[in-house]
Design a protein around this ligand. Structure first.
Ligand code: APR
Length: 240
């Protein structure tokens, strides 16, 4: 059976779908990913982007961090694409239990998804390092240089930087959803960053679908591999 038809059939048969995704889910919304040829990590900067997006760099060079972060990590005006909309539709139909994402752009929630586990945090959540006060994205967008709290402390995005740990509660909930999933759809991720990529090992079913433009380390373990644009593939499979 053609792969796309098999995906459509598995989706129609399942009431316990879990999605695990990465930056490739948002490229059709105009947000570049990291490791594709045109991705963020292939562009030239004074420092390697992975170094800028680290805890050490953030503490030592906050001005440079925020310059990169405002310029490259915020996507004002980005809208959900068919991949986000298809997953929200599956959740409304009671088929999909959770979206687990490595993305920080909030586009799954903007598309209407309700159970979204953000393994690497979100640009929409920011806190003062001194008093803990919460700030939304506008506190970063509508400021320049180092964003400051009313108490004078530095406002830090709730985004997991390199060298920082993931939220254990989110990670444990993600393990729970994946270990119970009937159909696990993985898409738009190179599966190269841990512990996120290691979550796939908790899947115990036999319907592991991988939708990705480029090959990944998981291809040989997937029950179905579809090479293509995830917005188009999921949109088609979910009748969008
Ligand atoms: N459709 C399908 N696949 C796509 C599309 C698309 N429209 N666009 C890109 N891809 C694929 C690319 O082929 C690539 O394999 O998505 C994958 C994106 O991989 P990465 O750029 O490595 O992004 P991701 O896997 O999310 O990175 C994980 O790395 O830097 C950290 O914290 C950051 O969350 C990020 C983590």
């Amino acid at each position: 059976m053609e792969a796309e038809k098999q995906l459509k059939q598995w989706i129609e048969e399942s009431s316990n779908i879990v999605f695990f995704g990465g930056a490739g889910v948002s490229t059709e919304s105009g947000i570049p990913d990291f490791r594709s040829q045109d991705g963020l990590y292939h562009q030239q900067y004074d420092y390697p982007p992975e170094q800028i997006l680290s805890h050490t760099f953030y503490m030592k060079n906050p001005e440079e961090f925020y310059r990169f972060y405002r310029n490259k990590m915020l996507a004002p005006g980005a809208k959900p694409n068919k991949a986000h909309l298809a997953l929200a539709k599956l959740e409304r139909e009671g088929r999909l239990k959770a979206v687990i994402t490595q993305n920080i752009d909030g586009l799954h929630q903007a598309a209407g998804s309700r159970e979204v586990l953000e393994l690497h945090g979100s640009v929409h959540r920011n806190h003062c390092l001194r008093c803990g006060k919460f700030y939304g994205l506008e506190a970063i967008e509508n400021s320049s240089g180092i964003p400051r709290c009313s108490c004078g402390g530095m406002i830090k995005p709730d985004v997991v930087l390199y060298e920082e740990g993931l939220d254990m509660d989110v990670l444990n909930r993600a393990v729970g959803y994946i270990s119970r999933a009937d159909l696990l759809i993985v898409g738009g991720t190179s599966l190269t960053v841990y512990p996120a990529a290691g979550l796939i090992d908790y899947y115990r079913g036999h319907k592991l679908v991988l939708i990705n433009r480029d090959a990944t380390a998981l291809d040989s373990r997937a029950d179905l591999v579809i090479s293509g644009k995830i917005g188009e593939v999921l949109g088609e499979a979910c009748g969008l």
